[in-house]
Design a protein around this ligand. Structure first.
Ligand code: ZN
Length: 348
């Protein structure tokens, strides 16, 4: 075992990351150490790379970045008995001490003391990561590494779709970025009857159609698409909105496309407070609005595994690129330029 490892560190308070050497971390009694094989570059990592206001206010300089990964356990903490060295695993990236109200009542994904790999504690853009044993998720043998490396965002999509209950329902996916595209294939696999998608990026809209959306609308072309959706849904609007864009104008548009009594599950994060007509869109409509954060521990993970094992998820055209860790700059540039959709770094 070499005593140091290569890792991507936020080395100063500004844009970029640095590939550097750090001591290989040692697991505490209730932790495991994982030799990372592949790791996904997330939108969150992009914020950290670009060092926007959010990153500057949240990310400690010196941290090892990254939170989506798959790898192989290479050392167990002294008190860990339920895993084995050599086991292929991923891990839930949110940790909690397990003592607050939500952690103790089955809702640990919204705990008040959540700490996130690559944001609050060292992450997975590294040859090794140490995680709490309770966060470990054994990876099914039939799921390839490139898919297991993106369980984190796929879990966001699964959580959003499952929270809204889409079976035999019409669904609008608002925003076809990485998680929005995943939501299209997840909603289809989960039994949505007809899926509509909207975005402002024509190639992503075309991909949404390939993945199962029956209509994909460019939201820059005015509000005509809302009428089209209503025309195709008995004049009433869709049963379910999955808001994945966080774009200020998308909230008004997508709620206008939602039928009275429908459900809207919101995952996209607006950068600033948005103006929104609560009277028309929520109160008079009598609709249900769900805030979606992270993945349910571990209900979402079981659902995600079952959806993957069903063979009905189409991820090949969403996970577009893979770069070795040494070419991390090209990886980030490919993701930021929009040339790639989901970019994975090969680490091990
Ligand atoms: Zn992520």
């Amino acid at each position: 075992m070499p005593e140091t490892m290569r890792c991507l560190v936020k080395h100063h308070a500004g844009p970029g990351l640095e590939l550097t050497e750090r001591p290989v971390p040692e697991p505490g009694p209730l932790e495991v150490r994982i030799r990372v094989t592949k790791a996904g570059i997330c939108g969150t990592d992009r914020h950290i790379w670009e060092w926007d206001d959010w990153a500057a206010s949240r990310i400690p300089v010196g941290i090892v970045t990254g939170h989506e990964f798959v790898g192989v356990i290479d050392k167990l903490g002294s008190a860990v008995t339920n895993y084995k060295v050599g086991q292929r695993v991923s891990a839930e990236g949110h940790t909690t001490a397990g003592v607050d109200y939500n952690s103790r009542t089955g809702n640990a994904h919204i705990a008040t003391d959540t700490k996130i790999f690559g944001i609050d504690r060292d992450g997975c853009f590294a040859q090794h990561i140490v995680v709490p044993a309770e966060n470990v998720w054994p990876v099914h043998e039939s799921i390839p590494d490139r898919v297991a490396a993106v369980f984190d965002p796929l879990g966001n999509a699964v959580h959003t779709v499952m929270a809204a209950d889409v079976s035999a329902k019409t669904v609008l996916v608002s925003g076809t970025g990485i998680i929005g595209l995943m939501a299209v294939t997840v909603a289809k696999a989960a039994g949505a009857s007809r899926i509509f998608a909207t975005d402002i990026n024509p190639p992503r809209l075309a991909l949404a159609k390939k993945l199962g959306a029956i209509e994909a609308y460019d939201a820059r072309e005015g509000d005509g698409w809302i009428e089209d959706v209503r025309r195709q849904t008995r004049g009433e609007g869709v049963d379910v909105v999955l808001e994945m864009s966080g774009a200020a104008g998308a909230f008004d548009q997508s709620f206008r496309a939602l039928r009275n009594g429908g459900t809207a599950a919101l995952l996209g994060l607006p950068a600033k407070p948005v103006t929104f007509d609560f009277t028309e869109h929520i109160i008079f409509k009598g609709c249900t609005v769900l805030g979606i954060n992270g993945r349910r521990m571990f209900e979402t993970w079981y659902q995600m595994e079952e959806l993957l094992l069903s063979g009905r998820l189409e991820l090949d055209e969403i996970i577009t690129h893979e770069f070795p860790l040494s070419e991390y700059r090209a990886g980030f540039e490919t993701m930021i330029s929009g040339e790639g959709i989901k970019v994975v770094l090969g680490i091990g």
